[in-house]
Design a binder for this molecule. Structure first.
Ligand code: NDP
Ligand code: 8X3
Length: 251
């Protein structure tokens, strides 16, 4: 029987590429995001390969998350793979100049949103004694860089939550994979810099960044291991990157 995966943040970047990679593997999809038009477009394309359902909700809104997930009929609650990918950075400033609205967006989206989605889906996995949760963290969760402060904190929280999930879900046979990419060219920087295209493009100047497909391929690898194997943690860099702060650019 085909597996079912629910992917948050499937309208763009890593989430969208993961949906495409899963469709190639014949995994049926539940795709989530706030931009409904984009979800429809992706649904239309991927429906040629697998069954695609869509759900729109803002991961920051607990009531909205619970309501949307509970609209899933019984057969779609048999989720085999949850990819907690939705998230973004908002701003890149010294902490003393940080905007509390940006802090709320990152902590509510990247941390609490991941928890809200998982809170509904974990019991469904526990009841079936199987499942795989893939949390998209970041190199920013493993090391803090200047001006990254609250974004890095939100991803450090994802690292801790992945570990906590792996410990607490261990008796239930549920796999947990933490994925920590370095620089991936997506809409990430456009969102971080509030639509400033020049500033966003400059982030990827002078080196070859990861593509969302590179990350999706690694996620696809993790979810296709044999039943007794879990890829616990993956860090992915473009070759030009050596750490959260060391990135070699062509001059
Ligand atoms: P994109 O901006 O391209 O994609 C972000 C996705 O998250 C979109 O689909 C967006 O959907 C969704 N999303 C954001 N906020 C919310 C929200 N409040 N409610 C629901 N959905 C939301 O960026 P990436 O693909 O790069 O980012 C995906 C994940 O990867 C993030 O967690 C990010 O932190 C992480 N990451 C990114 C790296 C990079 O360099 N790009 C590196 C390491 C990690 P919509 O707007 O339609 O709701
Ligand atoms: C995204 C990668 O280094 O911009 O999480 O924080 S970084």
């Amino acid at each position: 029987m085909s597996k079912i995966a629910l992917i948050t943040g499937a309208t763009s970047g890593i989430g969208k590429a993961t949906a495409e990679a899963f469709a190639d593997l014949g995994i049926n999809l539940i795709l989530c995001g706030r931009r409904l038009e984009r979800l429809y477009e992706i649904q239309e394309i991927l429906s040629e390969k697998v069954k695609v359902n869509i759900l729109t909700f803002d991961v920051r809104n607990r009531a909205e998350v619970e309501k949307a997930l509970h609209t899933l009929p019984e057969e779609l609650r048999a989720i085999d793979i949850l990819v907690n990918n939705a998230g973004n950075a908002h701003g890149l400033t010294p902490i003393q100049d940080g905007n509390p609205d940006d802090w709320d967006a990152m902590i509510d989206g990247n941390v609490k949103g991941l928890l809200y989605v998982s809170k509904t889906i974990m019991p469904w996995m526990i009841a079936r004694k199987k499942g795989h949760i893939v949390n998209i963290s970041s190199i920013a969760g493993k090391a803090t860089y200047p001006n990254g402060n609250v974004y890095c904190a939100s991803k450090a929280a994802v690292e801790a939550i992945s570990e906590g999930m792996r410990l607490d879900l261990n008796p239930h046979g549920i796999k947990v994979t933490n994925v920590a990419p370095g620089a991936v060219e997506t809409e990430f920087s456009l969102v971080r810099f509030k639509g400033d295209e020049k500033r966003a493009e400059a982030v990827y100047n002078g080196f070859v960044p990861l593509t969302p497909q590179d990350v999706a391929e690694s996620i696809a690898f993790a979810v296709t291991r044999p039943a007794h194997v879990v890829v616990a943690d993956m860090t992915l860099f473009p070759v030009a990157q050596a750490s959260a702060t060391v990135l070699r650019r062509d001059s």
